[in-house]
Design a protein around this ligand. Structure first.
Ligand code: TRP
Length: 370
Protein backbone atom coordinates (compact mmCIF):
# COMPACT_ATOMS: atom_id res chain seq x y z
CA UNK A 1 0.00 0.00 0.00
CA UNK A 2 2.99 2.26 0.27
CA UNK A 3 4.43 1.70 -3.19
CA UNK A 4 3.86 4.28 -5.90
CA UNK A 5 3.21 1.74 -8.55
CA UNK A 6 0.98 -1.28 -8.35
CA UNK A 7 2.84 -4.41 -9.54
CA UNK A 8 1.44 -3.88 -13.04
CA UNK A 9 1.04 -0.21 -13.78
CA UNK A 10 -0.15 -0.86 -17.28
CA UNK A 11 -3.72 -1.18 -18.36
CA UNK A 12 -5.09 -4.71 -17.99
CA UNK A 13 -5.16 -6.61 -21.29
CA UNK A 14 -7.87 -5.35 -23.60
CA UNK A 15 -9.52 -8.09 -25.58
CA UNK A 16 -13.15 -7.09 -25.59
CA UNK A 17 -13.84 -3.47 -26.47
CA UNK A 18 -16.46 -1.76 -24.36
CA UNK A 19 -19.68 -1.33 -26.26
CA UNK A 20 -20.25 2.42 -26.26
CA UNK A 21 -23.91 1.94 -27.13
CA UNK A 22 -24.65 0.07 -23.91
CA UNK A 23 -27.35 2.01 -22.13
CA UNK A 24 -28.58 -0.47 -19.52
CA UNK A 25 -26.78 -1.06 -16.28
CA UNK A 26 -25.81 -4.65 -16.85
CA UNK A 27 -22.12 -5.35 -17.14
CA UNK A 28 -20.67 -5.68 -20.63
CA UNK A 29 -18.56 -8.71 -21.63
CA UNK A 30 -15.49 -6.61 -20.83
CA UNK A 31 -16.74 -6.10 -17.27
CA UNK A 32 -17.24 -9.81 -16.86
CA UNK A 33 -13.70 -10.37 -18.14
CA UNK A 34 -12.31 -7.77 -15.72
CA UNK A 35 -14.14 -9.44 -12.85
CA UNK A 36 -12.51 -12.71 -13.85
CA UNK A 37 -9.04 -11.14 -14.08
CA UNK A 38 -9.52 -9.58 -10.65
CA UNK A 39 -10.35 -12.94 -9.13
CA UNK A 40 -7.36 -14.54 -10.82
CA UNK A 41 -4.81 -11.87 -9.93
CA UNK A 42 -6.12 -9.22 -7.53
CA UNK A 43 -2.62 -7.83 -7.05
CA UNK A 44 -2.41 -6.68 -10.65
CA UNK A 45 -5.09 -4.14 -9.94
CA UNK A 46 -5.36 -0.95 -8.06
CA UNK A 47 -8.84 0.42 -7.64
CA UNK A 48 -9.83 4.01 -7.13
CA UNK A 49 -13.40 5.17 -6.86
CA UNK A 50 -15.37 7.56 -4.71
CA UNK A 51 -18.39 9.71 -4.06
CA UNK A 52 -19.42 13.28 -3.64
CA UNK A 53 -20.36 13.88 -0.03
CA UNK A 54 -23.92 15.01 -0.65
CA UNK A 55 -25.74 13.16 2.14
CA UNK A 56 -26.36 9.66 3.38
CA UNK A 57 -25.98 6.84 0.90
CA UNK A 58 -29.06 4.87 -0.10
CA UNK A 59 -29.80 1.35 -1.24
CA UNK A 60 -29.24 2.33 -4.87
CA UNK A 61 -25.67 3.34 -3.99
CA UNK A 62 -25.22 0.16 -2.01
CA UNK A 63 -26.23 -2.29 -4.72
CA UNK A 64 -24.86 -0.09 -7.52
CA UNK A 65 -21.33 0.49 -6.24
CA UNK A 66 -20.69 0.09 -2.53
CA UNK A 67 -21.17 -3.66 -2.37
CA UNK A 68 -18.88 -4.09 -5.37
CA UNK A 69 -16.12 -2.04 -3.76
CA UNK A 70 -16.20 -4.11 -0.63
CA UNK A 71 -16.05 -7.22 -2.79
CA UNK A 72 -12.93 -5.91 -4.58
CA UNK A 73 -11.33 -5.01 -1.27
CA UNK A 74 -12.12 -8.44 0.13
CA UNK A 75 -10.70 -10.09 -3.00
CA UNK A 76 -7.36 -8.49 -2.12
CA UNK A 77 -7.32 -5.53 -4.50
CA UNK A 78 -5.56 -2.44 -3.18
CA UNK A 79 -8.52 -0.08 -2.94
CA UNK A 80 -8.67 3.71 -2.72
CA UNK A 81 -11.88 5.60 -1.99
CA UNK A 82 -11.99 9.36 -2.47
CA UNK A 83 -14.39 11.56 -0.57
CA UNK A 84 -14.82 14.06 -3.39
CA UNK A 85 -15.38 17.16 -1.30
CA UNK A 86 -14.02 19.51 -3.99
CA UNK A 87 -16.63 18.23 -6.43
CA UNK A 88 -19.56 19.38 -4.33
CA UNK A 89 -18.30 22.95 -4.57
CA UNK A 90 -20.22 23.00 -7.85
CA UNK A 91 -23.41 22.99 -5.72
CA UNK A 92 -23.70 25.67 -3.06
CA UNK A 93 -26.53 24.03 -1.09
CA UNK A 94 -24.59 20.86 -0.52
CA UNK A 95 -21.29 22.58 0.16
CA UNK A 96 -22.83 24.35 3.15
CA UNK A 97 -23.10 21.11 5.12
CA UNK A 98 -19.82 19.57 4.10
CA UNK A 99 -18.51 18.42 7.49
CA UNK A 100 -21.73 16.58 8.27
CA UNK A 101 -21.92 15.03 4.81
CA UNK A 102 -18.32 13.83 4.91
CA UNK A 103 -18.81 12.15 8.30
CA UNK A 104 -22.02 10.52 7.10
CA UNK A 105 -20.29 9.22 4.00
CA UNK A 106 -17.40 7.72 5.94
CA UNK A 107 -19.89 6.15 8.37
CA UNK A 108 -21.71 4.57 5.45
CA UNK A 109 -18.41 3.22 4.09
CA UNK A 110 -17.40 1.73 7.41
CA UNK A 111 -20.84 0.25 7.96
CA UNK A 112 -20.84 -1.32 4.49
CA UNK A 113 -17.55 -3.06 5.20
CA UNK A 114 -14.86 -0.74 3.85
CA UNK A 115 -11.97 -1.62 6.11
CA UNK A 116 -9.53 1.24 6.75
CA UNK A 117 -6.75 -1.30 7.30
CA UNK A 118 -7.09 -2.54 3.75
CA UNK A 119 -8.64 0.40 1.92
CA UNK A 120 -7.46 3.98 1.80
CA UNK A 121 -10.25 6.48 2.39
CA UNK A 122 -9.16 10.08 1.82
CA UNK A 123 -10.54 13.51 0.96
CA UNK A 124 -9.78 15.75 -2.00
CA UNK A 125 -9.18 18.75 0.22
CA UNK A 126 -6.47 16.92 2.15
CA UNK A 127 -4.36 16.27 -0.93
CA UNK A 128 -2.66 19.40 -2.31
CA UNK A 129 -0.77 17.19 -4.78
CA UNK A 130 -4.03 16.71 -6.69
CA UNK A 131 -4.15 20.42 -7.34
CA UNK A 132 -0.57 20.33 -8.57
CA UNK A 133 -1.43 17.60 -11.02
CA UNK A 134 -4.49 19.53 -12.15
CA UNK A 135 -2.60 22.32 -13.94
CA UNK A 136 -0.40 20.22 -16.22
CA UNK A 137 -3.41 17.95 -16.85
CA UNK A 138 -5.53 20.95 -17.84
CA UNK A 139 -2.94 21.86 -20.43
CA UNK A 140 -3.55 18.49 -22.10
CA UNK A 141 -7.25 18.96 -22.87
CA UNK A 142 -8.98 21.53 -25.03
CA UNK A 143 -11.79 23.83 -24.00
CA UNK A 144 -13.92 22.19 -26.70
CA UNK A 145 -13.36 18.79 -25.12
CA UNK A 146 -14.32 20.09 -21.69
CA UNK A 147 -17.51 21.60 -23.11
CA UNK A 148 -18.54 18.39 -24.83
CA UNK A 149 -18.65 16.21 -21.67
CA UNK A 150 -22.24 14.87 -21.59
CA UNK A 151 -22.29 14.37 -17.81
CA UNK A 152 -21.16 17.96 -17.22
CA UNK A 153 -23.74 19.21 -19.74
CA UNK A 154 -26.44 17.31 -17.91
CA UNK A 155 -25.36 18.70 -14.55
CA UNK A 156 -25.39 22.23 -15.93
CA UNK A 157 -28.89 21.67 -17.32
CA UNK A 158 -30.12 20.54 -13.90
CA UNK A 159 -28.11 23.00 -11.83
CA UNK A 160 -29.94 25.43 -9.59
CA UNK A 161 -27.02 27.84 -9.58
CA UNK A 162 -27.41 31.20 -11.30
CA UNK A 163 -24.21 30.77 -13.30
CA UNK A 164 -21.83 28.00 -14.29
CA UNK A 165 -18.49 28.04 -12.49
CA UNK A 166 -15.14 27.18 -14.04
CA UNK A 167 -14.99 24.20 -11.71
CA UNK A 168 -18.03 22.71 -13.42
CA UNK A 169 -16.03 22.34 -16.64
CA UNK A 170 -12.75 21.37 -15.03
CA UNK A 171 -13.68 18.99 -12.23
CA UNK A 172 -13.46 15.99 -14.58
CA UNK A 173 -9.76 16.82 -15.04
CA UNK A 174 -9.34 17.05 -11.27
CA UNK A 175 -11.05 13.66 -11.18
CA UNK A 176 -8.34 12.42 -13.55
CA UNK A 177 -5.83 13.50 -10.89
CA UNK A 178 -7.81 11.50 -8.27
CA UNK A 179 -7.43 8.42 -10.36
CA UNK A 180 -3.92 8.89 -11.69
CA UNK A 181 -2.09 10.06 -8.55
CA UNK A 182 -2.23 6.50 -7.24
CA UNK A 183 -1.94 4.95 -10.72
CA UNK A 184 -5.21 3.14 -10.37
CA UNK A 185 -5.94 0.89 -13.32
CA UNK A 186 -9.53 -0.02 -12.45
CA UNK A 187 -12.33 2.41 -11.63
CA UNK A 188 -15.68 0.96 -10.56
CA UNK A 189 -18.33 3.52 -11.51
CA UNK A 190 -21.81 4.00 -12.90
CA UNK A 191 -22.61 4.82 -16.54
CA UNK A 192 -22.70 8.57 -15.89
CA UNK A 193 -19.00 8.51 -15.00
CA UNK A 194 -17.82 7.00 -18.29
CA UNK A 195 -17.19 10.41 -19.91
CA UNK A 196 -14.95 11.31 -16.95
CA UNK A 197 -13.09 8.04 -17.36
CA UNK A 198 -12.48 8.96 -20.99
CA UNK A 199 -11.03 12.29 -19.86
CA UNK A 200 -8.73 10.40 -17.48
CA UNK A 201 -7.57 8.03 -20.21
CA UNK A 202 -6.98 10.92 -22.58
CA UNK A 203 -4.96 12.83 -19.98
CA UNK A 204 -2.86 9.76 -19.14
CA UNK A 205 -2.20 9.00 -22.81
CA UNK A 206 -1.27 12.58 -23.71
CA UNK A 207 0.90 13.00 -20.63
CA UNK A 208 2.80 9.83 -21.52
CA UNK A 209 3.15 10.92 -25.14
CA UNK A 210 4.40 14.37 -24.25
CA UNK A 211 6.59 13.63 -21.24
CA UNK A 212 7.03 9.87 -21.02
CA UNK A 213 10.14 9.61 -23.23
CA UNK A 214 8.94 6.35 -24.64
CA UNK A 215 7.72 5.02 -21.30
CA UNK A 216 4.45 5.39 -19.44
CA UNK A 217 4.19 7.50 -16.31
CA UNK A 218 0.47 6.78 -15.98
CA UNK A 219 -1.66 3.76 -16.79
CA UNK A 220 -4.85 4.23 -18.85
CA UNK A 221 -7.40 3.04 -16.33
CA UNK A 222 -10.50 1.11 -17.23
CA UNK A 223 -14.01 1.56 -15.92
CA UNK A 224 -15.69 -1.36 -14.20
CA UNK A 225 -19.46 -1.18 -14.49
CA UNK A 226 -21.65 -2.84 -11.90
CA UNK A 227 -23.62 -5.88 -12.98
CA UNK A 228 -26.45 -4.97 -10.61
CA UNK A 229 -29.54 -3.79 -12.48
CA UNK A 230 -30.74 -0.29 -11.73
CA UNK A 231 -32.72 0.03 -8.53
CA UNK A 232 -35.52 2.59 -8.67
CA UNK A 233 -36.90 4.67 -5.83
CA UNK A 234 -40.25 4.14 -4.14
CA UNK A 235 -41.95 6.21 -6.86
CA UNK A 236 -40.56 4.14 -9.71
CA UNK A 237 -38.10 6.87 -10.75
CA UNK A 238 -34.32 6.89 -10.33
CA UNK A 239 -33.51 6.55 -6.62
CA UNK A 240 -32.19 9.85 -5.36
CA UNK A 241 -32.21 11.61 -2.05
CA UNK A 242 -33.38 14.87 -3.56
CA UNK A 243 -36.46 13.17 -5.04
CA UNK A 244 -37.46 11.88 -1.60
CA UNK A 245 -37.88 8.36 -2.98
CA UNK A 246 -34.78 6.79 -1.44
CA UNK A 247 -34.29 4.32 1.39
CA UNK A 248 -31.07 5.28 3.17
CA UNK A 249 -28.62 2.74 4.53
CA UNK A 250 -29.01 4.53 7.85
CA UNK A 251 -32.82 4.35 7.95
CA UNK A 252 -34.27 2.28 10.76
CA UNK A 253 -36.37 -0.85 10.24
CA UNK A 254 -39.51 1.17 11.00
CA UNK A 255 -38.61 3.95 8.59
CA UNK A 256 -37.91 1.32 5.95
CA UNK A 257 -41.31 -0.30 6.55
CA UNK A 258 -43.05 3.05 6.23
CA UNK A 259 -41.20 3.97 3.01
CA UNK A 260 -41.94 0.64 1.38
CA UNK A 261 -45.57 0.77 2.50
CA UNK A 262 -45.90 4.08 0.68
CA UNK A 263 -44.16 2.84 -2.45
CA UNK A 264 -46.02 3.21 -5.71
CA UNK A 265 -47.31 0.03 -7.36
CA UNK A 266 -49.88 -0.56 -10.09
CA UNK A 267 -53.40 -1.91 -10.50
CA UNK A 268 -52.47 -5.42 -11.61
CA UNK A 269 -52.80 -7.81 -8.68
CA UNK A 270 -50.56 -10.58 -9.94
CA UNK A 271 -46.92 -9.78 -9.22
CA UNK A 272 -44.52 -10.21 -12.13
CA UNK A 273 -41.00 -9.04 -12.89
CA UNK A 274 -41.18 -6.92 -15.99
CA UNK A 275 -39.06 -3.77 -15.61
CA UNK A 276 -40.03 -2.36 -19.02
CA UNK A 277 -43.80 -2.35 -18.50
CA UNK A 278 -44.10 -2.47 -14.69
CA UNK A 279 -41.16 -0.39 -13.37
CA UNK A 280 -42.56 0.27 -9.88
CA UNK A 281 -43.55 -3.31 -9.03
CA UNK A 282 -40.45 -4.71 -10.69
CA UNK A 283 -38.13 -2.49 -8.72
CA UNK A 284 -39.68 -3.70 -5.47
CA UNK A 285 -39.26 -7.28 -6.66
CA UNK A 286 -35.66 -6.52 -7.58
CA UNK A 287 -34.95 -5.00 -4.18
CA UNK A 288 -36.15 -8.11 -2.38
CA UNK A 289 -34.20 -10.30 -4.80
CA UNK A 290 -30.96 -8.33 -4.32
CA UNK A 291 -31.31 -8.54 -0.55
CA UNK A 292 -32.01 -12.26 -0.62
CA UNK A 293 -29.48 -13.09 -3.33
CA UNK A 294 -32.19 -14.62 -5.51
CA UNK A 295 -33.47 -14.15 -9.05
CA UNK A 296 -36.19 -11.49 -9.40
CA UNK A 297 -38.46 -13.87 -11.33
CA UNK A 298 -38.39 -16.29 -8.44
CA UNK A 299 -39.47 -13.60 -5.97
CA UNK A 300 -42.25 -12.47 -8.31
CA UNK A 301 -43.55 -15.96 -8.86
CA UNK A 302 -43.56 -16.72 -5.18
CA UNK A 303 -45.61 -13.61 -4.45
CA UNK A 304 -47.90 -14.26 -7.40
CA UNK A 305 -51.52 -13.40 -6.60
CA UNK A 306 -50.64 -12.09 -3.13
CA UNK A 307 -50.57 -8.66 -4.72
CA UNK A 308 -48.77 -5.49 -3.70
CA UNK A 309 -49.43 -5.92 0.03
CA UNK A 310 -47.72 -9.30 0.14
CA UNK A 311 -44.89 -8.03 -2.04
CA UNK A 312 -44.30 -5.08 0.27
CA UNK A 313 -44.20 -7.36 3.30
CA UNK A 314 -41.59 -9.52 1.57
CA UNK A 315 -39.52 -6.51 0.53
CA UNK A 316 -39.63 -4.93 3.98
CA UNK A 317 -38.51 -8.13 5.64
CA UNK A 318 -35.81 -8.74 3.06
CA UNK A 319 -34.36 -5.22 3.37
CA UNK A 320 -34.49 -5.12 7.14
CA UNK A 321 -32.94 -8.53 7.48
CA UNK A 322 -30.17 -7.93 4.97
CA UNK A 323 -29.25 -4.52 6.34
CA UNK A 324 -29.60 -5.26 10.06
CA UNK A 325 -25.88 -6.01 10.61
CA UNK A 326 -24.81 -3.02 8.51
CA UNK A 327 -27.16 -0.72 10.38
CA UNK A 328 -26.00 -2.01 13.74
CA UNK A 329 -22.39 -1.34 12.74
CA UNK A 330 -23.31 2.11 11.51
CA UNK A 331 -25.02 2.98 14.79
CA UNK A 332 -21.97 1.78 16.68
CA UNK A 333 -19.52 3.84 14.60
CA UNK A 334 -21.81 6.85 14.85
CA UNK A 335 -21.10 6.81 18.59
CA UNK A 336 -17.39 7.01 17.87
CA UNK A 337 -16.78 10.11 15.79
CA UNK A 338 -13.09 10.03 16.74
CA UNK A 339 -12.75 6.73 14.88
CA UNK A 340 -14.45 8.21 11.83
CA UNK A 341 -12.06 11.15 11.83
CA UNK A 342 -9.09 8.86 12.43
CA UNK A 343 -10.09 6.76 9.42
CA UNK A 344 -9.89 9.84 7.24
CA UNK A 345 -6.69 11.09 8.80
CA UNK A 346 -4.90 7.78 8.26
CA UNK A 347 -6.21 7.55 4.70
CA UNK A 348 -5.19 11.13 3.97
CA UNK A 349 -1.65 10.45 5.17
CA UNK A 350 -1.32 7.28 3.14
CA UNK A 351 -2.68 8.95 0.03
CA UNK A 352 -0.48 12.00 0.53
CA UNK A 353 2.69 9.91 0.69
CA UNK A 354 1.75 8.18 -2.53
CA UNK A 355 0.81 11.46 -4.19
CA UNK A 356 4.19 12.98 -3.30
CA UNK A 357 6.01 10.05 -4.91
CA UNK A 358 3.91 10.42 -8.08
CA UNK A 359 4.50 14.15 -8.09
CA UNK A 360 8.25 13.55 -7.99
CA UNK A 361 7.93 11.31 -11.03
CA UNK A 362 5.83 13.93 -12.77
CA UNK A 363 8.35 16.66 -11.98
CA UNK A 364 11.17 14.49 -13.25
CA UNK A 365 9.28 13.72 -16.46
CA UNK A 366 8.40 17.38 -17.00
CA UNK A 367 11.87 18.64 -16.13
CA UNK A 368 10.60 20.73 -13.24
CA UNK A 369 12.58 19.06 -10.47
CA UNK A 370 14.84 21.91 -9.42
N1 TRP B 1 -17.73 12.07 -9.88
C1 TRP B 1 -18.06 11.02 -8.96
C2 TRP B 1 -19.56 11.14 -8.60
O1 TRP B 1 -20.14 12.18 -8.79
C3 TRP B 1 -17.25 11.04 -7.69
C4 TRP B 1 -15.78 10.87 -7.95
C5 TRP B 1 -14.80 11.80 -7.71
C6 TRP B 1 -15.13 9.74 -8.49
N2 TRP B 1 -13.61 11.31 -8.05
C7 TRP B 1 -13.75 10.06 -8.53
C8 TRP B 1 -15.57 8.48 -8.94
C9 TRP B 1 -12.82 9.16 -9.05
C10 TRP B 1 -14.63 7.59 -9.45
C11 TRP B 1 -13.28 7.94 -9.51
O2 TRP B 1 -20.11 10.19 -8.13
Amino acid sequence: MTTTTPPTATTPPTATPRNAATTHNAATPRDAELERLVRQAPHRFRVLTGDRPTGRLHLGHYFGTLQGRVRLQDAGVDTFVVVADYQVLTDRDVAERLTEHVEDLVLDYLAAGIDPERSTVFAHSALPALNQLLLPFLSLVSVAELGRNPTVKDEIAHSRQASVSGLMFTYPVHQAADILFCKANLVPVGQDQLPHLEVTRTVARRFNERYGQGGAVFPEPEALLSAAPLLLGTDGKKMSKSRGNAIALSDTADETARLIKGARTDAVRRITYDPATRPEVSSLVLLAALCQGRAPHEVAEETGDGGAAALKRTVTEAVNEHFAPLRARRAQYAQDRAYVRQTLRTGNERAAALAEATLTEVRTAMGTLY
